[in-house]
Write a protein that binds this ligand. Structure first.
Ligand SMILES: [Zn+2]
Length: 456
């Protein structure tokens, strides 16, 4: 089975072959840690995390790097506003990001490079660019000379004028060309700064990714991912810096960009400022439903984000976990990845098709009667879920909606007591228990397998 990915560099689907099957490399731009991240920022780690899992399955050896930008003017501003040291801001939000992604079922990458831990790499790369005539120092700044790189604009396919408008470039007297961008800038004593050949200063954002990718993955990487909003100028600048620092060698062989989230839904837009933070969404919804929602559209398409979408995903997962619960008596020795699900992911990470296949298997499983069929369908459900980062908790944990286990046991005891009361025709007691549970937000459901409960 071939893995085909849409390479945005060439604007076409291409068969992916790593340059070294023993060391596949992928870099994805990570967050700037000055705040809790927005749900839109969770789409790249979730979709490229699925791709990472697929690459590991196919090649075994993958080095996946997702950076943390911990030096940035947005961080400086946040620290100044709160009157706290910068490291307090970056430490807090890098930790929050790791926790939020963990709860969304995102496996940590192999490497999480921090920009501030790579200042010597960044300085060395800037020095190489100056030596090669692609960058120049001026008034404490170092700038990349855009006219020195003929392929500039190839990824985003913009003409120079459009590029200038898109980047909202700063007109500065030390720039030789209006499109030149900053590799290094001076820091006043109240800002984070490192000694450099150009004085005490700090790196620009773009050079960080080029330096960290080279430090951990080498000069030519297999796949570079990120949101389509980063294509220009960030990724264009990464290509310019890396290619010119490495003697013209290709920086990334495949460029993959995910589409953005739309918040057109009226319900969400009212409270967009706070409800769209991953941190807050995780308090209000089952994390797995948020993950499901992020995978529900093809990664290159925009995703219409709404409360309705999340609710629909909760119901879909209720059905899938309900099926697994009904298969509770079937032992599974090992999960099996269904061919159709792997094929869907190998078709440019077609997660909607993979999710549809998961639903189809669950439907088959609900109809199946023979123990062998039930066992193999359950194994496929768990194996397909594994590849997508879904269906890996117990049905009881899913229907418990994150409630604590002691409380789950108490609720189950009440449900059992109500069943016993009904059998003894003590309908007064049975109704009283149903009412008490309803007040706690516990819904009861009569099924062929007896009474099931779940939190609303
Ligand atoms: Zn980047």
């Amino acid at each position: 089975m071939e893995l085909r990915l849409y390479n945005n560099l060439n604007r076409q689907l291409e068969v992916f072959e790593p340059q070294d099957p023993n060391r596949v490399t992928m870099y994805v731009c990570g967050p700037t840690v000055y705040n809790y991240v927005h749900i839109g920022n969770a789409r790249p780690p979730v979709v490229f995390g699925v791709l990472a899992g697929l690459l590991r399955r196919r090649y075994g050896k993958l080095v996946y790097a997702r950076n943390i930008t911990d030096v940035d003017d947005k961080i400086n501003n946040a620290a100044r506003e709160l009157g706290v040291p910068i490291a307090e801001i970056t430490g807090k939000y890098a930790q929050a990001y790791a926790e939020d992604m963990g709860r969304l079922g995102v496996a940590p990458p192999d490497v999480t490079p921090h920009a501030t831990a790579h200042i010597p790499h960044i300085i060395a790369m800037i020095e190489r660019l100056i030596e090669a005539g692609h960058a120049y120092a001026a008034e404490g700044h170092v700038l990349f000379s855009v006219p020195s790189f003929a392929d500039y604009g190839k990824l985003s396919r913009r003409d120079p004028e459009e590029m200038l408008a898109g980047a909202r470039v700063e007109v500065a007297p030390y720039k030789k060309d209006a499109g030149d961008f900053v590799l290094w800038k001076p820091s006043s004593p109240d800002l984070p700064g490192w000694p450099s050949p150009w004085g005490v200063g700090r790196p620009g954002w773009h050079i960080e990714c080029s330096a960290m990718a080279a430090a951990h993955l080498g000069e030519t990487i297999d796949i570079h991912g990120g949101g389509v909003d980063l294509q220009f100028p960030h990724h264009e600048n990464e290509i310019a810096q890396s290619t010119c620092a490495h003697g013209g060698r290709t920086f990334a062989r495949f460029w993959l960009h995910n589409g953005l989230l739309n918040f057109g839904g009226a319900k969400m837009s009212k409270s967009i400022g706070n409800v769209a933070l991953v941190h807050e969404l995780l308090e209000q919804h089952p994390p797995e439903a948020l993950r499901y929602a992020l995978l529900s559209a093809h990664y290159r398409q925009p995703l219409e984000w709404s409360e309705g979408l999340i609710e629909q995903c909760v119901r879909t997962l209720d059905r899938l976990y309900g099926t697994l619960r009904d298969l509770g008596d079937v032992p599974v020795i090992e999960p099996i990845v269904p061919v159709a699900i792997e094929a869907a992911l190998c078709d440019d990470l077609n997660t909607p098709a993979a999710l549809a296949e998961l639903a189809r298997i669950a439907g088959e499983a609900r109809k199946a009667e023979s123990p062998i069929a039930r066992a193999s369908l359950k194994a496929e459900l768990l194996g397909g879920g594994l590849l997508l980062g879904l269906l890996q908790q117990s049905p009881a944990a899913w229907f418990g909606r994150g409630g604590d286990e002691g409380d789950d046991a108490r609720i189950q005891a009440l449900v059992d007591e109500r069943n016993a009361a009904k059998q003894a025709r003590d309908f007064l007691r049975a109704d009283a228990i149903r009412k008490q549970l309803a007040e706690e937000g516990i819904l009861l459901e009569d099924t062929a397998q007896g009474v099931r409960w779940r939190r609303a």
